[in-house]
Design a protein around this ligand. Structure first.
Ligand code: NAD
Length: 354
């Protein structure tokens, strides 16, 4: 077992330190190798995805990433920006399937901006295609058109094989859950998603136990805030998934609670919290490390097929919340405020006592 640890920028190093305590608890200290990415990669090697980092990631079975980005990099050319490192590593490792659970912990129902009856018991899995669509489609760029006016261009495209492989992941995931899969597209106006709907509908016959439905993205955005519990597994393309998964994450209260997995064809994965580098709170020991710790739970489940460790981590998080410990982002009346480091220690105490 070889695990690459890429702390990144902002709160990245703080939250990763807490997750590493968990890996050490399971006796995996020897399996870990560190490298820099994002702004940290640029500072060290003038590259947001240094060659040594990519090599380490390619040789590892799984990657744990903190977050990338920071104000001081905002003026750099696009290719040198921290976020570019992230897009490049996803593409280089062919991490095409992004799994983002939006799970409501009962103890945090009052942290949501929606009414408790709408979000309590919420458990959605959003599967977002991660290496295609308008984010990667060519041609792209900004150039002068025939009238001599500047014009921005991006290309939304999906090949049949790209749709097929993400559809299989979605059906398999749905068949292990409540067997309901909703595919989100804009097939009424966009040809690339018309093809998406056609291909996924054909694949449905291979999974007769899963009920497939379709929804236009504008309606899905509405339904997610009006009646989110109608969904179990949602599958969609890169740009729609980007937006819908952030929307779904906020249903659960704090982005500091939400893990994610990005997988290749063989379930090798990069695991990271759904949030960014939070430069506004970096270095203050107030960041919530639970999304990163829950990302480890996904790593054990999806890459290492170790449900036992995966559940142990999730239970530790549940118990810490039951005991009323909260970081600032999820704090409310009558709870016990803890910092990032202390939250990590509370998780270890739970693991030791389990
Ligand atoms: P962000 O997710 O970093 O922060 C949004 C808000 O949520 C901030 O108020 C922040 O303090 C809070 N927050 C985020 N994570 C938290 C945590 N664990 N605990 C407590 N509070 C938390 O988004 P942003 O401010 O839009 O972006 C900041 C930087 O992160 C930018 O440079 C952006 O490009 C980058 N970014 C990186 C990733 C990634 O690494 N995967 C994802 C999104 C944004």
């Amino acid at each position: 077992m070889k695990i690459a640890i890429l702390p990144g920028d902002g709160i990245g190093p703080e939250i990763i330190s807490q997750a590493v305590k968990v890996l050490n608890f399971f006796g995996l200290g020897e399996s870990l190798s560190y490298s820099s990415i994002g702004g940290a990669g640029y500072d060290e090697f003038k590259d947001p995805l240094p060659e040594a980092t990519l090599k380490l990631a390619q040789e590892s079975d799984a990657i744990l990433l903190g977050a990338v980005g920071g104000w001081k990099y905002d003026e750099l050319p696009r290719e040198m920006r921290p976020e570019r490192g992230l897009l490049r590593i996803r593409q280089a490792l062919n991490l095409f399937a992004n799994l983002r659970p939006a799970l409501m912990f009962p103890e945090l129902v009052d942290a949501s901006s929606l009414k408790p009856e709408i979000v309590s018991g919420l458990d959605i899995m959003i599967i977002r295609e991660l290496t295609g669509d308008i984010y990667f489609g060519e041609p792209r760029g900004i150039s002068k058109n025939e009238k001599g006016e500047l014009e921005g261009l991006n290309t939304m495209r999906y090949s049949e094989s790209e749709i097929r492989r993400i559809s299989h992941i979605a059906f398999k995931t749905a068949s292990k859950r409540s067997k309901k899969l909703c595919s989100v597209d804009k097939a009424n106006v966009l040809e690339s998603t018309e093809l998406w709907r056609k291909v996924i509908s054909e694949i449905a016959s291979e999974y007769p136990d899963v009920e497939l439905s379709h929804m236009y993205v504008d309606n899905a955005a509405m339904q997610l805030v009006s009646e989110p519990k109608q969904f179990d597994v949602i599958v969609t393309g890169n740009i729609f998934g980007d937006i819908l998964s952030d929307e779904a994450s906020m249903l659960t209260g704090s982005i500091g609670m939400l893990p994610s997995a990005s997988l290749d064809q063989n379930n090798k994965g990069m695991y990271e919290p759904s949030h960014g580098s939070a430069p506004d709170i970096a270095g203050k020991d107030i960041a919530n490390p639970l999304a990163t710790i829950l990302s480890l739970s996904m790593m054990f489940k999806y890459t290492f097929n170790d449900n036992h460790k995966s559940e142990k981590i999730e239970n530790a998080v549940r118990n810490v919340l039951k005991k009323r410990f909260r970081t600032k982002d999820i704090f409310s009346e009558n709870k016990i405020l803890v910092g990032c480091e202390e939250m990590g220690n509370k998780i270890i105490e739970e693991l030791e006592n389990a």
